[in-house]
Write a protein that binds this ligand. Structure first.
Ligand SMILES: Cc1ncc(COP(=O)(O)O)c(C=O)c1O
Length: 370
């Protein structure tokens, strides 16, 4: 997707590298998901995907709740005035105490955790169900993982849970599922599973996918198909990536262009310490070349035309690569590369402190005139 002139202006309006976030996209994505899911579905934005204050504020205003997974996230979201849901497989006692004090719903991950919650809390039992759930990455249910309570231990968990306000079950299963029909089947299956165990909340988590390469789309027309929530039950979802990915652009200036062993490289100030996804998932992230005609040196600009290039960052690390074999019409030192769909798990999961390199500038379209 080509960036709009406004995104380009926002990116070029200050020092690079920079992240540009658009809170309007966050609101649109939540609205679209809400329209696709059964009426009454509770949408909790998973702020781990993007914790920028403007993104979280927009999400909190458009969604019904915010899902947090650490003391830091809980503290950041506590002032937003929306209900909070706390997840995380190894919650320390102070975090459980803080969650109880703030009234957050706690997704409980084990019987021991259940026993450690002080007082009376609003809880869901996170269950790692017995069978595989969904296509997608980071599978967290139906296989051996650190997450949730096994179905074998559910009877004991339900007995211990009796002293709390048990709302229902939490069944988050995968990340980045692109098959919306499979997601609908998963929602139906989770609802039936929870209904057979007393109903209440059935929190199906996140996992609504975004293909950041732009090849596939998650078909919202399919995700709610035949999903019926019985009376007395509440469907809860915790989307992160789906909301935040298209709301972000990462812009980095080309410092150098050169050829090595027959391959053309564009070297940018920036890299995977800001935008981690291409390195951790091993793919090539698409980008747009923004031509910048200023050239400050008296010699000829390093440039390449009509070639496939590899985009590498500023780290002394051969894995610091954002794109490979990407066809470009022209790229010159001094041009800017703009990477769309970088709003989720980009900056958040990056190794920011490596080499003490500069952080990016963060800006939002709200700060850029239309
Ligand atoms: C408990 C929980 N809920 C929600 C999410 C958000 O998932 P996604 O960004 O795939 O929608 C995650 C991601 O790991 C999670 O662990």
């Amino acid at each position: 997707m080509s960036p709009s002139p406004r995104v380009i202006r926002a990116a070029l309006a200050g020092p690079l590298p920079a992240y540009v976030y658009d809170p309007a996209v966050v609101r649109e994505r939540i609205g679209a998901l809400r329209a696709a899911l059964p009426a009454g579905t509770v949408i909790a934005y998973a702020m781990k995907a993007n914790g920028h204050p403007a993104v979280v504020a927009a999400a909190a205003a458009a969604a019904d709740a915010v899902e947090v997974a650490s003391a830091g996230e809980l503290d950041a979201a506590a002032g937003l005035g929306v209900p909070l849901i706390l997840s995380g497989p190894a919650k320390p006692d102070p975090l459980l105490r803080r969650a109880v004090d703030t009234g957050a719903v706690i997704n409980v991950e084990s019987v021991h955790e259940l026993r450690r919650i002080p007082g009376r809390a609003r809880i869901c039992l996170r269950v790692n169900r017995s069978h595989p759930a969904l296509p997608g990455t980071h599978r967290m249910s139906g296989v051996a993982t650190q997450f949730g309570i096994g179905e074998d231990d559910l009877r004991e968990a339900l007995a211990v849970a009796a002293r709390h306000e048990l709302l229902g079950f939490h069944l988050h299963a995968v990340s980045n599922n692109l098959d919306a029909a499979a997601h609908a089947a998963y929602l139906r299956d989770c609802i039936a599973w929870a209904a057979a165990r007393g109903g209440g909340w059935v929190n199906c988590g996140g996992g609504f996918g975004v293909d950041v390469t732009g090849r596939e789309t998650f078909d919202l027309d399919l995700v709610g198909r035949d999903v019926v929530v019985p009376a007395g039950m509440t469907l809860v979802v915790e989307p992160g990536r789906f909301v935040a990915a298209p709301a972000g652009w990462y812009a980095a200036a080309v410092v150098d262009v050169k050829r090595s062993h027959g391959t053309w490289f564009a070297l940018v100030k920036g890299g995977t310490h800001h935008f981690r996804l291409p390195a951790s998932w091993g793919y090539s992230h698409p980008f747009t070349v923004v031509a910048v005609d200023d050239w400050q040196y008296p010699w000829k600009r390093p440039a390449v035309t009509g070639a496939a290039i590899t985009v590498a960052g500023e780290q002394c690390n051969p894995r610091d690569v954002l794109a490979r074999d990407a066809a470009v019409t022209r790229v010159r030192a001094g041009d800017v590369l703009l990477f769309a769909n970088t709003g989720a798990y980009g900056w958040e999961v990056a190794h920011h402190d490596f080499l003490r390199l500069d952080p990016p500038r963060f800006t939002t379209l709200a700060e850029t005139p239309p």
